[in-house]
Design a protein around this ligand. Structure first.
Ligand code: ATP
Ligand code: MG
Length: 184
């Protein structure tokens, strides 16, 4: 089974294909309610109501290279297996919000995986959009925001190798710090 960080990469890639300028990822791990909620929103091209209804069907895709789209159906299936589900809200020319949730402690719940590498992959492949990633564990949280980093960098591109290395290290540190709260 695929790690959730790879599913998140897929969903964000949909937002990039939809020409989003602003992409927001929120991972909310609530151990008190035993719920893991992942929200990915974008301000891309969006979908009309009828298309949204169809899009969890693998045979609905705007891909040109193959006729089956698996990103959303696979993630929805993984959520349903863990007492959760996936919901899409979208408006044409406004944007899309994908929410997917799981019972946090469910035995079949796939690990979150390596979010640092997901963020790094996104930065390397495209630096034209703003990306914000918030991770919450109970009442604690951290936020990574490319707008903040761009302000510091000035003219240096976000995908410069030295910048990527610095982002990797600092993000890793922040996530490790956050995960200390797992032990309570
Ligand atoms: N954020 C989004 N904004 C606009 N359209 C979207 C968005 N997410 C998905 N879609 C539409 O839903 C379709 C299905 O998405 P899905 O991720 O399931 O498959 P895919 O992207 O077509 O293929 P795959 O993910 O398997 O490479 C996409 O082809 C696209 O038309
Ligand atoms: Mg996809």
């Amino acid at each position: 089974m695929k790690e959730l960080s790879l599913h998140i990469l897929d969903i964000v890639q949909n937002a990039i294909s939809a020409e989003a300028d602003n992409i927001l990822i929120i991972i909310d791990e609530n151990m008190i309610d035993d719920k893991l909620l992942i929200t990915i929103s974008d301000d891309g091209n969006g979908m009309d109501e009828q298309y949204v209804q169809q899009v969890i069907n693998p045979f609905i895709t705007s891909r040109k290279t193959r006729r089956v789209g698996m990103g959303l159906p696979l993630l929805k299936q993984a959520a349903i297996e863990c007492m959760g589900d996936l919901k899409i809200e979208s408006s044409l020319h406004i944007g899309t919000k994908v929410e997917v949730w799981f019972q946090h402690s469910h035995i079949n719940r796939v690990p979150i995986g390596n979010m640092v590498e997901t963020i790094i992959t996104l930065l390397i492949n495209g630096s034209h959009f703003n990306l914000q990633y918030t991770h919450k564990i109970n009442e604690h949280q951290m936020t990574f925001d490319t707008r903040v980093i761009r302000q510091i960098l000035g003219d240096v591109p976000l995908n410069h190798p030295d910048v990527i290395e610095w982002v990797r290290e600092s993000l890793q540190g922040e996530i490790m710090e956050l995960y200390q709260y797992y032990k309570g």
